[in-house]
Design a protein around this ligand. Structure first.
Ligand code: FAD
Ligand code: NAP
Length: 556
């Protein structure tokens, strides 16, 4: 993209699924867009997370764009849960097909975004020296994009190789003949561990908290299966949009405690076969009633006992600190069986915590583990991390980071009081990571794009979330979360994985479809809860006419 023009209708930060679709949608409306992406290419999550075993945990046919019927008909997924290379290839195909890359400046990190009250424009600056002005600022910076490498004593003294799963080198990593330590047993750790174990001389798994994982039940798509899915795609998407989690599945019509044991087992069997994260949605009360949850946990424990040969290991691999599903259930391929291998050792950090990282490896309170490679599968500063790493300033120079010092405060997850014309995509206060995030990105972008079109047509210059609407939305999010078992877990949903981060349940947990209905109602009621303001003398409506803007329109 040309760097010569500096005024746009919108800046989009991030080129993951949300930023990609935002650029496409706004260009379709004839708006000029400038995208920035810190990475060297498109894909977001799927650009950065190249560790062995990385896959989606929502079926590929659902975890993909629905906005173009041609696109979904022409792309053929090879398996139920696609690997990272296949998902990245798909996103690159989407970028090529809709000519998205020309609107992005890659390898460019946005460092600040400042709202000017006089002109009602945002000024966005980057680490590459760009200074761009835009009426709207869309943050598509991702809720799992700010990698968290814990500040363990001696971390930087390690003499071997060290990698974070979320910043994996493109050349790949050769583990053969090496002593490897993986710290972390969330989804990234549990997905990579089976493959690293196959290659390494010896693998030490440093587990602080055991997690619940369920086999993916992955399988290749035959031609017939894929053809049937494509024939019924429209219906499948309708079901996904009217569901709680953005996938075409609805829980059993009765609660786990309202059915006989035989019926319950039959339902769990069925959902176990579906694989992975979906298991937490078998019964509608599973995540709100601890007794119902216990039935799922008991079923899970019996299944895992069948997979691990050493009963003392099974015990260590069984979580005892949170109800099943209140941290995202992992979708694995052969994780538990990996502990039956001779070259794999589980190091239980609850028994002997890490004391320090040394030049030679990891020292726990028990002993030192000599290592050639350390893999940090230690997750992300989720939901707010990427935003807080940017100096975002709204009215009166107020910093977003300070506004959110006690936890994120949004209206609908989209708008923040004091930050006019700024939209956050799939972030805190929205279903975000609790639902299929590709459909979530579409839901948000469609709403924002329609809203921007409406504002343009009405000659409105600014839109800003009202403070009482934010107050009410935060209260609604908290009250919904309080009715569930989620706040009881030390999860990244709660900010519990980052020292000193406020403990607040960050996503909206009322369900994907319900949330979509609320978004529609708000728009239908003239953007209830937002204040829409007409232009002032200095703030002219958005109609930038730079050379690039014109070229964008012509090409879109
Ligand atoms: P991202 O894909 O995270 O993209 C954000 C982009 O913004 C990044 O490329 C980042 O470099 C860029 N960025 C951030 N800050 C700046 C800045 N200051 N300047 C410039 N650029 C910046 N969700 C599901 O629904 N199903 C799944 O199966 C699933 N699997 C996942 C697997 C992994 C390994 C991970 C980590 C997450 C997974 N998720 C999954 C969640 C996933 O993050 C979302 O599905 C989705 O990809 C997020 O898209 P996004 O565009 O919102 O953000
Ligand atoms: P995560 O779930 O936050 O897991 C991080 C792991 O690192 C946890 O086991 C954590 O232990 C451990 N850890 C963190 N700091 C540590 C420390 N100082 N010492 C020891 N252990 C430490 O992160 P993630 O695995 O990257 O997954 C994050 C999210 O990304 C997932 O929940 C999911 O939404 C998404 N994801 C999805 C897939 C997929 O299957 N499609 C794959 C990867 C990621 P504690 O639990 O004790 O904090």
């Amino acid at each position: 993209m040309s760097a010569t023009s500096s005024q746009f209708d919108a800046v989009v930060v991030g080129a993951g699924v949300a930023g990609m679709y935002a650029v496409h949608s706004l260009r379709q409306r004839g708006m000029s867009v400038c995208g920035f992406e810190a990475a060297a290419g498109i894909g977001g999550t799927w650009y950065h997370n190249r560790y062995p075993g990385a896959r989606c945990d929502i079926e590929s046919v659902d975890y993909s764009f629905s906005f173009s019927e041609e696109l979904q008909q022409e792309w053929t997924w090879t398996e139920r849960f696609a690997t990272q290379p296949e998902i990245l290839a798909y996103l690159e195909h989407v970028a090529d097909r809709f000519d998205l890359a020309r609107s992005f400046r890659f390898s460019t990190r946005v460092t600040s975004a400042v709202f000017d009250e006089d002109t009602a424009l945002w000024t966005v600056r980057t680490d590459g020296g760009d200074e761009v002005v835009a009426r709207f600022c869309l943050f598509a910076t991702g809720c799992l994009s700010a990698a968290n490498t814990p500040d363990i004593a001696g971390r930087d003294d390690f003499a071997g190789e060290a990698y974070h799963t979320g910043e994996w080198p493109h050349r790949g990593v050769d583990f053969s003949g090496k002593r490897v330590g993986v710290i972390g047993t969330g989804s990234s750790g549990m997905q990579s561990i089976p493959l690293i174990a196959q290659e390494a001389d010896h693998l030490f798994v440093f587990q602080r908290s055991a997690n619940y994982s369920i086999p993916a039940g992955n399988r290749p798509f035959g031609e017939t299966a894929m053809r049937e899915i494509k024939e019924n795609y429209a219906q499948r998407r309708r079901e996904a949009r009217s569901s709680g989690g953005g996938s075409p599945f609805t829980p059993y019509p009765k609660g786990a405690l309202e059915v006989t044991e035989a019926e319950r087992t039959r339902v769990y069997d069925e959902w176990w076969q579906r694989g992975g994260v979906l298991f937490s949605k078998a019964f509608p009360d599973q995540l709100s009633n601890i007794d119902a949850n216990d039935t799922a946990r008991t079923y899970w424990e019996a299944k895992i006992r069948e997979l691990v040969e050493d009963p003392s290991l099974t015990e260590k691999l069984t979580p005892g600190d949170h109800p099943i599903g209140t941290k995202r259930i992992v979708t694995d391929s052969g994780y538990y069986q990996t502990f039956n291998r001779d070259n794999v050792t589980l190091v239980d950090l609850r028994e002997s915590p890490i004391d320090a990282i040394t030049p030679g490896g990891i020292r726990t309170t028990d002993r030192e583990y000599e290592l050639d490679v350390i893999v940090y599968a230690t997750g992300f500063d989720a939901m707010t991390g990427a935003l807080n790493r940017i100096d975002i300033r709204g009215r009166g120079g107020r910093a977003l980071k300070e506004e959110w010092s006690a936890g994120p405060r949004t209206y609908l997850g989209l708008g923040v009081h004091g930050f006019p014309n700024m939209f956050v995509l799939t972030g805190p206060g929205s279903p975000g990571p609790l639902a299929n995030m590709v459909l979530g990105a579409e839901q948000h972008v469609d709403w924002v794009s329609n809203c921007m079109g409406y504002l343009r047509d009405q000659g409105v210059t600014t839109i800003e979330a009202d403070s009482d609407a934010v107050e009410a939305w935060v209260a609604e999010c908290n009250s919904l979360a309080a009715k569930t078992l989620f706040p009881g877990a030390n999860s990244w949903y709660m900010g519990a994985n980052i020292p000193d981060k406020p403990r607040v349940f960050m996503p909206y947990i009322g369900g994907f479809a319900v949330y979509g209905r609320i978004l529609n109602e708000v728009a239908d009621e003239g953007y209830r809860g937002f204040t829409l303001a007409a232009p002032t003398a200095t703030a002219t409506p958005t109609a930038t006419a730079t050379a690039t803007a014109t070229a964008d329109r012509a090409a879109s």
